[in-house]
Design a protein around this ligand. Structure first.
Ligand code: SF4
Length: 318
């Protein structure tokens, strides 16, 4: 498939086919195609000093609002939402500095007024892959038709199946399955699972349901401590580890970056430092190392890259 597009697309800079983004680091060149998700890293260290790079992936909490009340939710309960124009301006800046993708989240991103239009603008005006994470219950046929062609991957939360899901998320599991049947026509999608003492026993069922629905990927997110809930306990973590070793199904299984110490994870890009790989922007405009991180820096009028350089220089103190 990549060979076909290489033959039909006009060549971009330095012979790279149009539509494929390149990212040059000290250790090599990373190529990415948002249309297929293809990643290729050419391991060829450079002698010259690379230009400052944006993180490879940036998540943006579009709003703190959500109509669900999951006990392990770590999204701030303070008001906060972004204006689409500022998000588009950040996306353009990140795109120009080598970022590959922006992931919208929250809260619940589909509650932001103008959400589909925002996705359309970012997809049309940048080369970024547009993804978002959602509880899925607002993915109506009408919203999906507006999102088709404007998003490249969708992440849908499914914490357990049947009654476990309904107790934890407070919504009908059948209704979620109905939404999955619609979303598969919009973009490739994956399933996110918050792993805790209840959901860990149902990982196999979640993976089976996800595969039958047409998901490509299963993202395991060990539960993090919040004001109302403890983090994943050692027993559940051990059960998750055993399940990972046993799983032989068709889904690509990936792990959230937090709480996976000792698990068999492979860094996607060799030698990549944390802020080169990822950063998060909160719903009130603070650039952080991760969505769980306590520190961060408000993004000023001089933009995301200026805030990033301060964050990089501050090391772990900010
Ligand atoms: S759906 Fe997500 S944002 Fe909403 S309460 Fe649950 S965990 Fe929080």
């Amino acid at each position: 498939m990549a060979a076909e597009s290489e033959q039909s697309a006009p060549a971009g800079p330095a012979g790279v086919p149009a539509g494929i983004k390149t990212r040059r680091t000290a250790l090599g060149t990373h190529l990415f195609d948002r249309r297929t998700g293809m990643n290729l890293f050419i391991d060829q260290p450079r002698a010259d000093e690379p230009a400052p790079l944006a993180p490879r992936q940036v998540s943006v909490a579009l709003t703190n609002a959500c109509d669900l009340r999951c006990s392990y939710c770590y999204a701030p309960k303070t008001p906060g939402r972004h204006d689409s124009a500022i998000v588009v301006s950040w996306a353009k800046e990140l795109d120009a500095h080598g970022c590959f993708g922006v992931g919208f989240g929250g809260g619940e991103p589909t509650l932001l007024a103008g959400f589909p239009e925002l996705c359309q603008l970012v997809a049309a005006q940048t080369g970024l892959a547009v993804t978002f994470t959602t509880h899925g219950h607002h993915l109506t046929a009408s919203l999906c038709s507006q999102l088709a062609g404007a998003v490249h991957f969708i992440r849908i939360s499914m914490d357990g199946v049947g009654q476990t899901y309904e107790r934890l998320r407070g919504r009908s599991f059948g209704a979620l399955l109905d939404r999955l049947a619609v979303v598969r026509d919009v973009a490739p999608f994956g399933i996110n699972v918050v792993v805790n003492e209840w959901t860990v026993r149902e990982l196999g069922q979640v993976a089976d349901v996800a595969a039958r629905a047409g998901a490509r990927e299963l993202l395991l997110l060990p539960q993090q401590p919040t004001a109302r809930r403890h983090g994943i306990d050692d027993v559940a973590l051990s059960e998750m580890r055993s399940w990972l070793h046993r799983y032989r199904g068709p889904l690509a299984v990936t792990l959230g970056a937090t709480g996976i110490e000792g698990l068999p994870a492979i860094a996607p890009v060799p030698g990549e430092q944390p802020l080169e790989a990822y950063a998060h922007i909160t719903a009130d405009g603070v650039l952080k190392r991760t969505s769980y991180h306590a520190g961060g820096l408000p993004i000023g009028k001089d933009g995301v890259m200026a805030a990033l350089s301060v964050l990089q220089a501050a090391g772990a103190t900010l």
